[in-house]
Design a protein around this ligand. Structure first.
Ligand code: OSB
Ligand code: MG
Length: 372
């Protein structure tokens, strides 16, 4: 196959409610959408970098720059057969996994369509078992002004049918919140995500949470750390999960080798795309380490990619993949809905990402565009 042209779009659409983490609030979803055109097909990808460098050093502007000036020129007119050839092609760019992942998803979508396979089927080809038709999902609850408001929001999500709740925490908004949530919802799987807001000196605070029977504690320490996490882990009984500090399959290997975590949150964007995400998955499957698919408030494009990834055999914990209505009143694809009886979402079965793009809505939310 050969890429004939590429569209790069910067879009902005409102979130139904602000999403607040330990690094700040987000009221709108802004991201880049990449479309590859080849052989009469269009492959779509989403770059989940945000306006601010809060979760990652990458921003929408750095991603636009990397895509426009380095990555898009490197794939234009390139003869390729399979999406797993892309990481080598982009190897000359150090870092910038979120920008790489946008192109990566579009290559997977394009080649899966060419092969007449759903993305889930194409990703699952190396495994004996085919992809799961539906995947278990939970909901990630941003920091609310008070504990009471948090419990009200959780109650609403439980009412919608979500069975696993993730609460964002930050210093001063942690043990009391987690204890109150456990008391209010004694049987609900609850996990916490600190987004790197603590240090090893906070170990006693995490020990106080030992008896809350939490599903896991996600990324309490430094966003590039694995060593201090390996020191914290034996001091607490709550399973420890890494998000921010796993940037590649090698990072995952290092983390497992030093005992830095019990669980890994695989965000395909954070590791540079679906090819690398599958390598992290394989490594964890081999090591018996459970994984789940993280989220970045994706549009329907990224969400379809998350669902396909989470349908692989090693994804044994519910993902941060919620229904469209949890994020947007109107999205750029047809909405994804929650199966309320078992807290799952169906994995698209049509070729490629298997989503229907709402082109009118996409026009409406586009704030900048360039054709290559
Ligand atoms: O740490 O998992 C995170 C959103 C933005 C940045 C970081 C994170 C998140 C989430 C949202 O938790 C999960 C979702 O997409 O629903
Ligand atoms: Mg996280």
């Amino acid at each position: 196959m050969k890429i004939e042209s590429i569209d790069l779009l910067h879009i902005r659409q409102p979130l139904v409610s602000p999403f607040v983490t330990s690094f700040g609030p987000q009221t709108d979803k802004e991201c880049l959408i990449v479309t590859l055109h080849a052989a009469g097909l269009s492959g779509w990808g989403e770059c989940v970098a945000t306006v601010d460098p809060g979760y990652s050093y990458e921003t929408i502007e750095t991603a636009w720059h990397m895509l426009q000036d380095f990555m898009i020129p490197a794939v234009m007119d390139w003869e390729f057969e399979e999406p797993w050839e892309l990481p080598q092609r982009l190897h000359f760019v150090r870092g910038h996994p979120l920008a790489k992942a946008a192109l990566d998803l579009a290559f997977w979508d394009l080649t899966a369509q060419r092969d007449g396979l759903s993305l889930a089927q194409k990703l699952a080809q190396p495994y004996e078992a085919g992809p799961r038709p539906r995947v278990a999902v939970g909901v990630s609850v941003g920091i609310q002004p008070t504990v009471e408001e948090t419990l009200t929001v959780v109650q609403q999500y439980l009412g919608d049918g979500y069975r696993r709740i993730k609460l964002k925490i930050k210093p001063g908004h942690d043990v009391t919140l987690a204890s109150a949530a456990r008391r209010a919802f004694p049987d609900t799987p609850i996990m916490l995500d600190a987004n790197s807001a603590y240090t090893l000196a906070d170990a006693p605070l995490f020990r106080e949470m030992d008896d809350l029977d939490l599903l896991m504690l996600e990324q309490p320490l430094g966003y590039e750390d694995i060593y201090d996490h390996s020191l914290l882990r034996p001091q607490i009984t709550t399973p420890l999960c890494l998000d921010e500090s796993i940037h590649s399959a090698d990072h995952a290997r290092f983390a497992l080798a030093i005992g830095a975590c019990d669980i890994i949150n695989i965000k395909p964007a954070r590791v540079g795309g679906w090819t690398e995400a599958r390598l992290v998955h394989d490594l964890c499957l081999e090591a018996g380490v459970p994984v789940w698919c993280g989220g970045m408030l994706e549009t329907g494009i990224g969400r379809a990619g998350q669902l396909a990834l989470a349908s692989l055999p090693g994804f044994t914990l519910p993902g941060d993949i919620s229904a469209t209505s949890r994020y947007y009143d109107k999205d750029i694809t047809a909405p994804f809905t929650l199966n309320g009886e078992d807290s799952t979402i169906d994995v698209p079965a049509a070729p490629g990402l298997g989503v229907e793009i709402d082109h009118r809505q996409l026009r409406r939310v586009t704030v900048r565009e360039k054709r290559f």
